[in-house]
Design a protein around this ligand. Structure first.
Ligand code: HEM
Length: 450
């Protein structure tokens, strides 16, 4: 992992290399003196992620409430009872009914994206930046209740803060974030925070300001702020965990940091593959146009009904699993009955998502982009495909992220063709400094209005 910490190799490549080298059900490795078990066997993964979840409830992420109260209360980093309480409260916020109510807000941003591309007709566009503007617009609207207008305004303040929040381009910040997973001692010694403090303070102020305005003007938008406020108001004396302003803001910040790059990168990697696979692009456009013409717009039901769109996105998430590994830590000594192996309390388990997604046994010709693999999802062996993780601790924003990505792709592919140019990096190279899977130098594609 030295090569990863020093930004010579991306974690994605490292995880795939270890997965390929050892053919055993699990591999023991040390990362900076910390013992880890990399588990390759889907059967053992099922036990860790689902059947014996109580023994592996936490991620191995350093948290310290006094140094970094925001991260301590986020779903991603919280532990034990705090996590159970927050997840229990937040789960009803992400039902399909609630996400459906946010569709009008998402569609406004997708139309802005379409208008943005219209102005770029015939030009080569760097799509990572554009899709990030789109995702920041959506999450600002849904999680903070504000119109950030990043697609319209090149100097948007919130865009700067979104970039700063988890900034991998800064060497110091990327080492800090690496420490949270692999060198937890550094977190206490150097008093590190998982998200940048200036950016999180800015977002807390925005959040509090919106809550105040909603209360005063009785505004209802059916967004995350309304849902969080509703949860707080309905708390009873029996609630062991109560939301205050800071804990509510922590959730909004966690959605901002967990939801932005993940969705924008997913959309840009999908466009990259569509540009390189013209027949897939044409077939997708045909489906999208037929669906649009039937209703004269995109609705929640019509987006869910586009099967090929779903296969395309599923395949993009297989080839580009943004979180290249999942991690859990054993809360007590644990014996795998099948193998007799005993894991001591406190050993970190790594789930090599990047390795599994490229294993030819589960995905023949893994380097090829073949959406049809997902035509029958029952054919995918359980615990070999996990772009959103698995079990009770999986991605709570999966439905939201998929809808945001599908709406963007539908609005773009309906009216534009995407082509590779001499600026497009083929094959793709990954940026070793980033935690999420991110390519080096952006995704440059030519846009043609059709
Ligand atoms: C395409 C987009 C996305 C991808 C690929 C993705 C992927 C993931 C993955 C792999 C995990 C870890 C799951 C595990 O350990 O089993 C995760 C966790 C999480 N994600 Fe996402 N995510 C996406 C979008 C979002 C969005 C839009 C939000 C919020 C609005 C979000 C919020 C979270 C949170 C809060 C967690 C921690 C859940 C917990 O520990 O209980 N994600 N995500």
């Amino acid at each position: 992992m030295y090569s990863v910490a020093t930004r010579k190799e991306h974690l994605f490549e490292r995880v795939r290399a270890i997965y390929r080298k050892y053919k055993t059900p699990f591999v023991g490795i040390h990362i900076f003196n910390q013992p880890h078990l990399l588990v390759r066997s889907p059967e053992l993964l099922k036990k860790i992620l689902v059947k014996d979840f109580d023994k592996f409830i936490n991620r191995n992420i350093a948290t310290n409430e006094s140094i970094d109260p925001i991260s301590f209360h986020t779903l991603f980093a919280s532990k034990d009872a705090t996590w159970r309480n927050v997840r229990g409260k937040m789960t009803p916020v992400f039902t399909s009914g609630k996400i459906k109510l946010m569709l009008p807000l998402m569609k406004e941003c997708a139309k802005d994206l379409n208008a943005y591309l219209t102005k770029c007709n015939g030009e080569t566009v760097e799509f990572r930046k554009v899709t990030k503007k789109y995702s920041v617009d959506i999450i600002s609207s849904c999680a903070f209740g504000i119109n950030s207008n990043c697609l319209k305004n090149a100097d948007s303040e919130i865009m700067k803060m979104a970039t700063k929040l988890i900034d991998f381009d800064s060497f110091v910040r990327s080492i800090s974030i690496f420490s949270f997973f692999f060198i937890p001692k550094f977190v206490n010694i150097f008093r590190l925070t998982f998200v940048d403090k200036t950016a999180s303070d800015y977002l807390i102020d925005v959040f509090k300001g919106t809550i105040k305005e909603r209360e005063e003007k009785k505004i209802v938008r059916n967004d995350l702020i309304d849902l969080l406020n509703h949860l707080r108001k309905n708390e009873t004396v029996n609630d062991t965990y109560k939301f205050d302003d800071m804990k509510m803001a922590a959730q909004a910040i966690s959605f901002f940091s967990a939801g932005n790059d993940t969705t924008s990168l997913t959309i840009s990697f999908t466009l990259y593959e569509l540009a390189l696979n013209k027949e897939v692009q044409d077939r997708l456009r045909q489906e999208v146009r037929e669906s649009f013409d039937e209703v004269g717009d995109f609705t929640y039901e019509s987006v869910q009904g586009m099967k090929y769109l779903d296969w395309v996105l599923s395949e993009a998430l297989r080839k580009y699993p943004l979180t290249t590994f999942l991690n859990r830590i054993s809360v007590a000594d644990y014996t795998f009955e099948e193998t007799g192996l005993t894991l001591d309390k406190g050993v970190c388990v790594l789930v090599p998502v990047a390795g599994l997604h490229f294993d030819p046994e589960y995905f023949p010709d893994p380097e090829k982009f073949i959406p049809e693999r997902f035509s029958d999802k029952n054919n995918i062996k359980p615990y070999t495909y996990m772009p959103f993780g698995e079990g009770p601790r999986n991605c709570i924003g999966q439905r939201f992220g998929l809808l945001v990505s599908k709406i963007a792709l539908a609005y773009m592919i309906k009216d534009f063709a995407f082509e590779p140019t001499s600026a497009t990096s083929i094959p793709i190279k990954f940026n070793p400094g980033s935690l999420f899977l991110q390519n080096k130098g952006g995704i440059h594609l030519k846009v043609v209005k059709i």
